[in-house]
Write a protein that binds this ligand. Structure first.
Ligand code: G6P
Length: 606
């Protein structure tokens, strides 16, 4: 949610800020802006829409200044327009903000009473006036400390000052923020991805900290202004992962990459010679764990639901799952023998982080399954299981979903064997099958043509349903979410067996319904449920796996067959056509596939 960049340098910074904003667009893209300081004057240029619009603004071309900040917005307070776009400035300061200031109404009233005039509808503007007010009597550092103390809510801030020709303040509470080190220039960014093209040396601010960045020096402070020392981390430079290559969209590239990302992940966790799973440095004795709670949001929540089915099938562990935004406010009973697993591609999702923080405060066992290993969730959990799938740029998650499921499945197998819930031969067979998974995904990716044909029906529909039972149910939810995210059509994921308890009423003549019915133990039941929707006029797209047995059912509109494997692994294969269905439907509509409306890659607000 919202991207921040700041650069202080020995040379003009506006074009480097624009380039970084382009990388940050996945965090928000309803408006963008930049402010630089030149000869003691703050100049600001902002525009509605994408960074491309900002770049086209002629004023940018003449922007000088060797210190500056930039922002891409995902609107929370105030509609997305130029006035509400960041930076927000007074004569003295200019600010970019990611997050929400919860007490902005009270602060605004206090500042208006003091004579401040507000231009925008944003919560951010109160920060501008607040610090301007403090600067009237306090030093810069004292003003920052006092201002931060008055703010409630979550934020990452970048601030420049009219009277400081070489200085940026960065501050963090809740929302992530990183500092990058260059040669005779230093940077501030909402994540390392924004900084990677400029440096691979970074530090992260912890919650409550702020920093003073000059071109040749960076200092970090806690909320009281006491200096803190920071580790400088070196990031890998895998730049090619950030390019689309020959693909039209990152989403298409990331779908096609899945055989490789799964293979890479299997290489990290599976000892293919001894057919065993390596999870090194697991910090607890497995006997100390008798139950598991999995927590995530969006797609990550769906992989938690998937893991629940696997845990229950292959271990004796009690399993609960929760949506992070619910978990964080419920009255939970924290248990020492429970393992709390947090699943998040970005590792920065505010609700998931808050749920983790809550668990840490109760001193229970926390483990995270993340893609970004430098993320806040990874850093603050007791144990991290990376999904090793490389940067995912398309906003709607694809390869990270398969990666999350894979790591969770590997964890289930390992816990099952260690707890002696899983028979050794079965364990060995499951690992053998797992090694084949990337190849099967690769073959399933070839079901291209039929999906392209059926996608127009989904594009034109008023709504659609995705049904599945057992292991296929989480995938039905994920298929529906992908269609909602990318095609903006109402899509409902439902347990097929539950249709008769209400949702059958929604089925109308010609409504497209996806039925996931692989040849597992649920197959006959799901086929019966499918008949119920066909009887009410639904156009059923059946997704099953290849089998020598014929499908005994009439009036199915279309059938797609994925490869076959053991029941546990079929969910991976069933996901592929659903990802492609959403992709091609969005393509037909001409929508912006990598940046769908009202969605952000890293949701760092509540
Ligand atoms: C946003 C993204 C989704 C993602 C969810 C959770 O809604 O657009 O694709 O599934 O956040 O994100 P996380 O980074 O925690 O997996």
């Amino acid at each position: 949610m919202c991207g921040i960049i700041g650069i202080t340098s020995y040379r003009p910074v506006s074009s480097a800020i624009i380039n970084s904003l382009k990388k940050l667009e996945y965090r928000g893209y309803d408006s963008a802006g930049i402010a630089t300081l030149s000869d003691g004057v703050i100049n600001e240029v902002k525009s509605e829409g994408r960074v491309d619009n900002l770049e086209k603004n002629l004023a940018i071309k003449n922007m000088s200044g060797s210190v500056g900040i930039g922002h891409v917005r995902w609107a929370t307070h105030g509609i997305p327009n130029t006035i509400n776009a960041h930076p927000h400035s007074s004569d003295n300061v200019s600010i970019v903000h990611n997050g929400i200031i919860e007490n902005s109404t009270i602060l605004k009233k206090y500042l208006i009473d003091k004579g401040h005039v507000f231009k925008s509808q944003t919560d951010t503007e109160v920060i501008v006036h607040l610090i301007t007010e403090h600067l009237k009597k306090d030093s810069l550092k004292e003003s920052v400390i006092k201002m931060l103390k008055q703010l409630h809510g979550s934020f990452a801030l970048g601030i420049i000052f009219k009277d400081e020709p070489d200085l940026i303040i960065g501050a963090r509470r809740g929302s992530p923020l990183a500092v990058g080190y260059g040669s005779n220039e230093n940077y501030l960014g909402s994540d390392s991805y924004a900084l990677k093209s400029m440096t691979n040396k970074i530090s992260y601010l912890n919650d409550g900290e702020f920093c003073i960045i000059k071109k040749d020096q960076v200092e970090f402070f806690d909320e009281k202004g006491i200096k803190v020392n920071k580790k400088v981390l070196e990031l890998s430079t895998d730049e090619q992962n950030y390019e689309k290559g020959d693909f039209k969209h990152f989403m298409a590239k990331e779908i096609e990459e899945q055989p490789t990302t799964l293979k890479n992940c299997i290489k990290e966790y599976v000892d293919t010679i001894n057919n065993d799973i390596n999870i090194h440095n697991f910090p607890w004795n497995i006997k100390e764990i008798s139950s598991v709670t999995l927590i995530g949001c969006g797609t990550a929540y769906h992989s938690c639901l998937m893991a629940k089915y696997w845990f229950e099938e292959l271990t004796e562990l009690d399993v609960t799952i929760d949506i992070a935004s619910e978990f964080r406010y419920r009255k939970n009973r924290f248990k020492k023998d429970n393992l709390y697993i947090f699943v998040s591609q970005s590792g920065e999702t505010a609700d998931t982080y808050a749920a983790l923080d809550l668990c840490n405060k109760h001193n229970v066992k926390t483990c995270s399954v993340v893609n970004v290993i430098e993320s806040s969730i990874a850093r603050d959990s007791n144990f991290v299981l990376p999904i090793h799938c490389g940067p995912e740029i398309g906003v709607a998650s694809t390869k990270a979903f398969l990666g999350q499921m894979l790591v969770l499945y590997i964890l289930v197998l390992k816990m099952g064997i260690l707890k002696k819930d899983l028979d050794k031969d079965l364990y060995l067979n499951k690992i053998k099958d797992l090694k084949e998974l990337p190849k099967l995904v690769e073959e399933t990716l070839l079901t291209e043509n039929k999906i392209q044909t059926v996608s127009s029906t989904f594009t034109d529909a008023k709504g659609s349903m995705f049904l599945g039972r057992g292991f296929s149910y989480p995938i039905a939810l994920e298929g529906a979410l992908k269609l909602k995210e990318l095609v903006y059509v109402h899509a409902e994921g439902y347990p097929a067996g539950e249709m008769k308890h209400g949702p059958l009423a929604l089925i109308e003549d010609g409504m497209p319904v996806v039925v996931l019915a692989p040849r597992d133990k649920y197959y006959p039941k799901t086929i019966s449920n499918m008949q119920e929707v066909i009887a009410r006029g639904a156009k059923v797209l059946l997704i099953t796996n290849k089998s020598k047995d014929e499908i005994v059912s009439e009036n199915i509109w279309e059938t797609i067959e994925v490869e076959s494997t053991n029941d546990d692994l079929l969910p991976f294969l069933l996901t592929i056509p659903l990802q492609k269905l959403a992709y091609y439907s969005a393509l037909k509509k001409g929508y912006d596939i990598d940046k769908p409306r009202n969605l952000a890659k890293s949701v760092t607000v509540e």
